[in-house]
Design a protein. Structure first.
Length: 122
């Protein structure tokens, strides 16, 4: 099983930022309570130190062909940090969707905690 956290945007927003980038932006805005800010920074820092950086892949204009990063469900500690970040984002009115799939697509990178996959086309 693989897990992906997605930030849901209002229709008029054109750019996609990604889950962790949205969390970082929220920290920079300084609009949340101090305890939430500190907690969010701790979770982001933990992930930065314990989740390997995936290689960069060329981004195609066609989003269907763009690689997506998925956490492995057995990376329980990593998932727990992501879940804590999700809760803080939602407490600050950021909508998040959590996807769980058996097959994320054609895997082009894998480490102990995550995979990068190109979604299957129908």
């Amino acid at each position: 099983m693989f897990v992906k956290y997605l930030v849901l945007y209002e229709e008029e927003q054109d750019e996609e930022s990604g889950f962790l980038n949205t969390a970082r932006q929220l920290c920079e805005e300084g609009i949340m309570e101090a305890a939430q800010h500190e907690s969010l920074l701790e979770h982001l820092s933990w992930l930065e130190h314990h989740l390997p950086r995936r290689p960069e892949f060329a981004q195609d204009q066609n989003a269907i062909d763009n690689p997506m990063t998925w956490l492995k469900a057995e990376a329980e500690t990593h998932c727990a940090h992501m879940e804590a970040i999700r809760q803080i984002l939602e407490q600050n009115e950021v909508l998040v969707e959590v996807l769980e799939v058996e097959k994320p697509g054609k895997i082009i990178y894998e480490d102990h905690f995550q995979v990068v996959a190109i979604p299957f086309t129908n």
